[in-house]
Design a protein around this ligand. Structure first.
Ligand SMILES: [Fe+2]
Ligand SMILES: [Fe+2]
Length: 310
């Protein structure tokens, strides 16, 4: 959590408990390991045996008030050493799990689904039908496109899709205008991760569902779009192209694509997806991980990253 520095005191700060585990030291002393969340950031915490309070039961999903604690680093990662704490009676609201206000999520959905006009009537019909399904849209509002790498909070699926949509729209309408099919690119970018609504489930944090593990978001998304394409009588060539963009959006087979991108439109959808995922992923690492004194940090996914001092 970027807002904390080693040595900082933590006083009357609220966190969502995302995991709790009781352990024992080699000398048989009990202690507690916690993973705590605030917004999209996560931090480890420890309660040593002399600070454990038998009268306060810490459970996953509850709001923990750290009445007193201190930030230090253990094996290069920041943690809070808690010396006193309480459990709040309040329900853990979205302020603990998502950095995105609901009205912002709604504005992004509106821009994508209501504010976009298509020249192709088949794409128009397809997008209107999907927007008209309340189950899909409610799950889309609350979804995430990833467990850990990027946008991994409620509303993250909408934010990621909107970032990719803005990027793809600019490329399709400005940079490559009249050289690519803008309707296909824009619709396919909006729909590229729609399968995530059934591929992840939220339990304090996003986990892959059985469907996500066994048939993956790429295939799930294609089945949703195919169902609606058939329902509205979408032209076969148009729906095939949108499906190709969805099935290839991971870019290559090793990364989870069913087929590699074979059209200019599919390649641009893949790049737009990458722009959003990569930039947000790097941003989250730089915000959530401790930087060394020169401003560097290391991530397994992105390698060495740097946020300059000024
Ligand atoms: Fe994806
Ligand atoms: Fe994506």
């Amino acid at each position: 959590m970027a807002k904390f520095k080693d040595g900082d005191g933590v006083k009357d700060e609220k966190f969502l408990v995302s995991s709790v585990e009781m352990k024992e030291t080699s000398k048989g002393q009990p202690y507690c390991n916690l993973q705590l969340k605030q917004s999209d950031a996560s931090i480890s915490a420890k309660i040593w045996s002399n600070s454990l309070n038998d009268k306060v039961k810490i459970e996953q999903g509850k709001v923990l008030v750290v009445t007193s604690g201190k930030i230090d680093s253990y094996k290069g990662r920041q943690q809070i050493v808690i010396s006193s704490y309480a459990i709040s009676e309040e329900e853990a609201g979205e302020e603990f799990t998502s950095p995105l206000p609901k009205d912002k999520v709604e504005a992004m959905i509106n821009e994508m689904f209501v504010g976009t006009q298509y020249d192709n009537p088949d794409i128009e019909k397809l997008m209107a039908a999907i927007y008209g399904d309340p189950e899909i849209m409610d799950k889309f509002r609350a979804g995430s496109p990833s467990m850990t790498n990027h946008h991994n909070y409620p509303g993250g699926l909408v934010e990621h899709t909107w970032e990719a949509f803005c990027t793809a729209k600019f490329w399709a309408k400005e940079v490559f205008a009249n050289r690519v099919d803008a309707d296909i690119i824009i619709a396919a970018t909006i729909l590229h991760d729609i399968g995530c609504i059934y591929a992840y489930q939220f339990e304090g944090e996003f986990l892959k569902s059985t469907n996500g593990r066994l048939i993956d978001h790429v295939y799930i998304g294609a089945t949703i779009v195919e169902k609606y394409a058939l329902l509205v009588g979408c032209d076969e060539g148009v729906s095939r192209h949108v499906l190709h963009c969805i099935l290839s959006h991971m870019g290559n087979l090793e990364w989870g694509a069913v087929v590699q991108p074979k059209t200019l439109e599919a390649q641009l959808v893949h790049f737009a997806d990458m722009v959003s995922a990569r930039i947000k992923g790097m941003e989250q690492v730089l915000e959530n991980q401790k930087l060394d004194p020169l401003g560097f940090t290391y991530s397994y996914t992105y390698g060495e990253l740097y946020r300059g001092k000024d």
